[in-house]
Each structure stands twice: as structure tokens, then as C-alpha cells.
Design a protein around this ligand. Structure first.
Ligand code: UDP
Length: 385
């Protein structure tokens, strides 16, 4: 008996993990479409022909998660090298350690505080009159005060998001910890690493299955929907509807490559927090594989801009106007049948790789536990609002 055919749009982690889970049940055949010529979406990596350095073409991707099942899952496909993300910040007051930690606080204020003294001290800097922080700026002023906010966050955030931090949600700052010890690990998660052979190889392996057909350089034609029992769509949600209500806003990134000899900056990522420096950060990619040796080095200056037609969308902006439009698209999506929106673009949310993988594993479980002839599959992997 022929298995029902499922269409998956997008060969990033969201689509690939879901495809694999569905075919491994033995119940479905899957066709995966991607308009790019490579898999892995914005996690795409490949070795530079000239230097052999592994390049993260859409910016640095450092895998970190606290979900045991997600860590086990990715380790099924690749060996991960041990890696701890440590970021430095160039500011108008000097170079400091990020995320803001005890070293940053002591050096910035010229003090030698211990953890509890530092906590009390930063407490006195915060603006106590802000009870419920509504914006990025509120959140920063309440917990860090004016000096730290202006030096580390104001300029960088304006460059990164293109709007005043007053107009951004507090949740963006909540991604970054503030620590009252000397731990300068950028992430709070239990597991962290970088795959020895990059992310593209992982996604290729995930998709390498007799019941998965991958069509690269192929834009999915909504007219071919009827060939499939169901479609999972990880492209931009508004794109599915031909942008008929308008466009959801994204930030896009531009990378300016430059090659040097030896060690250019002594660290994988250095942020430039001043508003007057036009780029947000410089990434030196050979430092993402500290277990490799390279004499040459390849760096990228990273610039952020509003995504215009034809630009690759990276970060969903999610301003209030976007949220209103998102709600209208969600209403349209809820009236559709036979399609589920998944991943960062499909659900218009700021998602890290490990979250996307976790959501696809969860969605597959849900789907495989239902009888599609009787129950409607969910419209979204996770509802965006
Ligand atoms: N941020 C900042 N200065 C920095 C690093 C981060 O102002 O040196 C702000 C910025 O608004 C950024 C947010 O904190 O979008 C979250 O930082 P994270 O490193 O999580 O951003 P990512 O690059 O991972 O998207």
C-alpha cells in the first residue's frame, strides 16, 4: 500500500527533524523543498576553499541546550567539539567581558566587590521606580541602571534592531544573563558544543533516508498542495499568503568578509557596543573550532538592517504593529486546512536552533499519536501569540 505523502517546505532544522521523525514511523513518505541550493537554512556551514576554515555563512551558530532529548538527538548525527561561548565587548570605556559578570562590574566601576557586594551595588544603580518593565529600556534601567545600559546595550541594540530600545520588548534583554560571579559563559544551558564537521552535514544526514526526497533550488508551488496529504511550512508565514495583508518585519544581516594572517582578534566573537561603529560585531570563524589549527584567518563584520524584499530574513522584529499583523495572518492560517506552520519563519518567533529541534520533535510526537483522517493536525507547531 502506498504511504501518504507529506510535503515539507524548508530544509532547515525545523523541516528536516520533522521529516525524519515522520518517515521513521514507517507511515509516511516526505518530499522536502528548499529554494536555496543547500540544506540547513541559516545554520548552513561549509569549509572555506582557500583556508579550510569552517564558515558559518549566516553568522555564528553555537549549539546550546538544557533539553536532554535534544542533546541526545543532535549527538546521534554528529560529534560535537567542546566549546564554551565567551564574548568580549568593545565599548567607549574599554574592552569588557560579556555577559555582564563580576569581572565586568569590578573593572567597569574600578572596584573589587565580592558576589553579594556586587549584587547590592548593582541593586543601588537600578531604577527602583520601574515596577513592571514594559520595554527593553525599562528592563535594563531597572536591573542595571543608566551607566551599564548606555555603555553595553543602548548603541548595540539600536544598531541590531534599528529602533529605540524603548520600543522593544523586555524579553530580548531577558535572553542575556547578568551574573554576580566570574562565570563568563555566554549561555546558561547544561550542554554546549559545535559539531566537528558543521551543521550542514548534520542536516544532510538527517535527510538521508529512502522515504525522504529533497528538492533543492526549488520553490514550493502552493498549487501542488493537492499532491500531499499535509504540508508543513517553515517559510515566512506571510509568504504563504502571498503577503496579501502586508509584510511582517524582520531584521536581516550583511557580512563583510576580510582575511588576515595569524590571530586577528584573539576571540571568536567581539561585540562593538558603540552606536558610532557601524557594525555590531566581528566573528573570527577559526576560533569556533579551537581543536583545529589554521595559519590563516577569516573574519566577518556583521551589519544589521531592516529586511527588504529579496533580503534573507533573520530576526523577527515583533513590534506592536507586527503583532497586530501577525494576529491577522494567524486568523487566516486558522481557516486553512492541510497545512501546519513550523519553525522561526513559519511562526514568526526569535528561536534558537535547540528550540526549533525540540519543537519539531514534540510536534512529530503529537502528529504520530493522532489519526489524520479524524483529527485536524495543529495549525502551528507552537502558537506565535
Ligand atoms: N545586546 C546588547 N549588547 C551586547 C549583546 C547583546 O545590547 O553586547 C542586546 C541586543 O539587543 C541583543 C540582545 O541583547 O539583541 C540579545 O543578545 P543575544 O546575544 O542573545 O543576541 P543574538 O545575537 O544571539 O541574537
Amino acid at each position: 500500500m502506498n504511504k501518504p505523502k507529506i510535503g515539507i517546505v524548508g530544509a532547515g532544522f525545523a523541516g528536516a527533524v520533522l521529516a525524519r521523525e515522520l518517515v521513521e514511523s514507517g507511515r509516511y513518505e516526505v518530499t522536502v523543498y528548499d529554494e536555496r541550493e543547500h540544506v540547513a537554512g541559516n545554520c548552513h556551514t561549509s569549509r572555506d576553499k582557500k583556508t579550510g576554515i569552517m564558515i558559518h555563512h549566516y553568522g555564528p551558530h553555537i549549539f546550546n541546550t538544557s533539553r536532554e532529548d535534544v542533546w541526545t538527538y543532535v549527538n546521534r548525527w554528529a560529534k560535537f567539539g567542546q566549546y564554551v561561548n565567551r564574548v568580549k565587548a568593545v565599548t567607549n570605556r574599554g574592552v569588557f567581558s560579556l555577559p555582564i559578570n563580576l569581572l565586568t562590574i569590578n573593572q567597569f566601576f574600578g572596584k573589587s566587590l565580592n558576589p553579594s557586594e556586587a549584587r547590592d551595588f548593582v541593586g543601588t544603580l537600578g531604577d527602583q521606580s520601574i515596577k513592571e518593565p514594559k520595554s527593553f529600556e525599562d528592563q535594563a534601567l531597572k536591573f542595571l541602571g543608566e551607566d551599564l545600559y548606555r555603555t553595553f546595550f543602548y548603541g548595540y541594540t539600536k544598531k541590531q534592531w534599528g529602533v529605540d530600545p524603548k520600543d522593544l520588548p523586555a524579553s530580548i534583554l531577558q535572553r542575556l544573563p547578568v551574573r554576580f560571579n566570574y562565570d563568563d559563559n555566554y549561555y546558561n544551558q547544561k550542554y554546549q558544543g559545535i559539531p566537528l564537521n558543521g551543521y550542514t552535514e548534520i542536516v544532510e544526514k538527517i535527510l538521508d533516508h529512502d522515504d525522504i526526497e529533497v528538492r533543492l533550488s526549488t520553490k514550493f508551488d502552493p498549487a501542488s498542495r493537492s499532491e500531499f496529504a499535509h504540508v508543513f511550512y517553515s517559510g515566512p508565514m506571510d509568504g504563504w499568503f502571498n503577503y496579501r495583508l502586508g509584510r511582517l518585519q524582520y531584521r536581516s544581516l550583511k557580512f563583510e568578509r576580510f582575511d588576515e594572517k595569524g590571530d586577528f582578534q584573539g576571540n571568536p566573537v567581539i561585540n562593538y557596543c558603540e552606536e558610532k561603529v557601524p557594525y555590531t560585531r566581528i566573528a573570527e570563524h577559526k576560533h569556533f573550532t579551537p581543536w583545529e589549527e589554521h595559519n590563516d584567518t577569516v573574519c566577518f563584520r556583521e551589519y544589521s538592517k531592516l529586511a527588504e524584499e529579496g533580503d534573507t530574513p533573520y530576526y523577527p522584529l515583533r513590534l506592536n504593529s507586527d503583532k497586530a499583523l501577525l494576529q491577522s495572518y494567524m486568523n487566516l492560517a486558522d481557516q486553512e486546512s492541510g497545512v501546519t506552520f513550523i519553525g522561526r519563519l513559519g511562526t514568526y518567533r526569535y528561536l534558537d536552533m535547540h528550540v526549533v529541534i525540540g519543537e519539531s520533535l514534540d510536534l512529530a510526537k503529537k502528529i504520530l499519536a493522532t489519526d489524520p483522517s479524524r483529527e485536524k493536525w495543529p495549525t502551528f507547531s507552537v502558537r506565535p501569540l
